[in-house]
Design a protein around this ligand. Structure first.
Ligand code: IMP
Ligand code: MG
Length: 171
């Protein structure tokens, strides 16, 4: 990392402020509902950790892990490598993602979750790179739109490193 040039894209303070605002909106929208946050591992764990402490209505937390793999026919297919531990049937499910890039992760994940008959299904993503989108996805709660830069920190990695950096940096 020290051999690379890095710029701060969002400081820890900016992230905290925006995450608190998202939490306030979610608190209001989900009052009286049966909320389950589904964090997408690994990237969303830091964001989710801050977000839940800004949501002041009862909620459950679950996680799902997706990995892309290369098969003989194509590249970049997705598979689930760790699944939910609880039923989401009749629950108000909010998927929590670190970043929506091409949109392919959500294109795969949302129908998978919808098939389990949640009462509602929405998406909260800290970051979105609209210019990278190859499939249309609706982000109900979006922290920041950013340009086409590769970012690390605040849960996001480069080769599994740098997730622990408190700020968000561009490589
Ligand atoms: P999508 O399926 O192309 O929308 O990409 C989603 C996943 O790719 C995200 O959840 C991240 O894990 C990863 N990703 C996309 N862009 C970045 C980035 O700039 N930094 C780190 N991870 C990224
Ligand atoms: Mg991710």
């Amino acid at each position: 990392m020290m051999n690379h040039h890095v710029d701060i894209v969002k400081s820890h303070g900016e992230l905290q402020k925006r995450v608190r605002a998202l939490g306030t909106a979610i608190t209001k929208d989900y009052a009286g509902k049966d909320l389950v946050l589904v964090g997408v591992l690994n990237g969303a764990f830091v964001f989710l950790g801050d977000l839940v402490r800004s949501i002041h209505t009862p909620l459950a937390i679950d996680f799902i892990r997706l990995e892309s793999y290369i098969d003989t026919h194509s590249t970049g297919r997705l598979r689930i490598t760790a699944n939910l531990a609880q039923s989401i049937e009749e629950k108000d499910v909010l998927v929590v993602e670190d970043i929506v890039d091409s949109g392919r992760t959500l294109e795969f994940l949302l129908p998978y979750l919808r098939a389990q008959n949640p009462a509602s299904l929405k998406v909260c993503a800290l970051l979105s790179k609209p210019s990278r989108r190859t499939v249309d996805v609706v982000i109900d709660y979006c922290g920041f739109e950013i340009p086409d830069v590769f970012v690390i920190g605040y849960g996001m990695d480069f080769n599994e490193k740098f997730r622990n950096l408190p700020n968000l940096y561009a490589l």
